[in-house]
Write a protein that binds this ligand. Sequence first.
Ligand SMILES: NC(=O)c1ccc[n+]([C@@H]2O[C@H](COP(=O)([O-])OP(=O)(O)OC[C@H]3O[C@@H](n4cnc5c(N)ncnc54)[C@H](OP(=O)(O)O)[C@@H]3O)[C@@H](O)[C@H]2O)c1
Length: 327
Amino acid sequence: MKYRELGRTGWKVSEISFGAWAIGGAWGDVDDQESLAALRAALDGGVNFFDTADVYGDGRSERLLARLKKERKENFYITTKAGRRLPKQTPEGYSRDNLTAWIERSLRNLETDAIDLLQLHCPHPDVYYRPEVFGILDELVKAGKIRHYGVSVEKVEEALKAIEFPGVQTVQIIFNIFRQRPRELFFSEARRRQVGILARVPLASGLLSGKFTRDSQFEKDDHRNFNRHGEAFDRGETFAGVDYETGLRVVEVLKPLAPKNATLAQLALRWILEFPAVTCAIPGAKRPAQVAENLAASDLKPLSQATMKKIDAVYDTEIKPLVHHYW
Ligand SMILES: NC(=O)c1ccc[n+]([C@@H]2O[C@H](COP(=O)([O-])OP(=O)(O)OC[C@H]3O[C@@H](n4cnc5c(N)ncnc54)[C@H](OP(=O)(O)O)[C@@H]3O)[C@@H](O)[C@H]2O)c1
């Protein structure tokens, strides 16, 4: 495992880290023992940074991470998120009272006195025009409730606006072979300001592992079943906003580009690591075997220029016209 500097925090985090949404909920049935085994496998493989949120399984994912913390001696960082407990996203919802209550709840779930990194969880875009919200976060840092803060965003424009606030250490954004717009302008701006980037949905919800077919079935409570068209939340969060049939077709074109002895999932993760502005990719995983496969991407050799160019060409012709302008 290799490590990269996270913003101006002074932390070095694993370039392949762990996304803990699926072990909380909204991805079909999960078993806590298996989820814990996946978390342990991540630590064993050198992961020292775990992304979760207060709403993943209504705290289930945070509580699993608290269990991991108790049973292991290694130092690792947990970043959680706040804001999605609001019944409806409004800028007013990001009040001092609400932020404090959400943070106190996460502190209890995580069984800790201070949150390593708190991210606003895809808040209403007008939040970025309310400096008072970031002022409250600065005060919560001073009070010792959170060590650092960042944001998770849907759109590049939100990311660019968010990093104008000097306290913002990190931006979490969807970035993968099917979602390339962040590399155009945002990456250079983030680097200039030394802001860390967490690349989420790196496998396009598993689509970029190449394991799905037209006949794949998803459980009722799996967002890959119920959110394909944005029925429950932003449609870009499911398969990175690429329609399923197109995704399946393009995955077949990408498969031969995987390096010898590497899987398509590893190619997809290695591709993200080719961008030095990215601090880490945070693939979700439910099982130890998935974790092991994903972490091995850090040990792959850099992709050749020829492979990078071929991936660009596939994106430009097959995916870009469909999704590039949305996020
Ligand atoms: N708004 C936000 O802030 C937000 C939104 C989305 C995600 N996130 C964060 O980003 C993380 C990553 O995104 P994501 O989990 O949505 O999507 P992802 O990482 O692209 O896909 C994860 C899913 O792909 C499958 N998978 C993982 N590794 C695999 C492998 N090697 N081979 C085959 N299948 C594999 C697993 O599901 P199956 O086994 O069921 O197929 C897994 O749950 C989340 O866990 C969460 O921490 C944040």
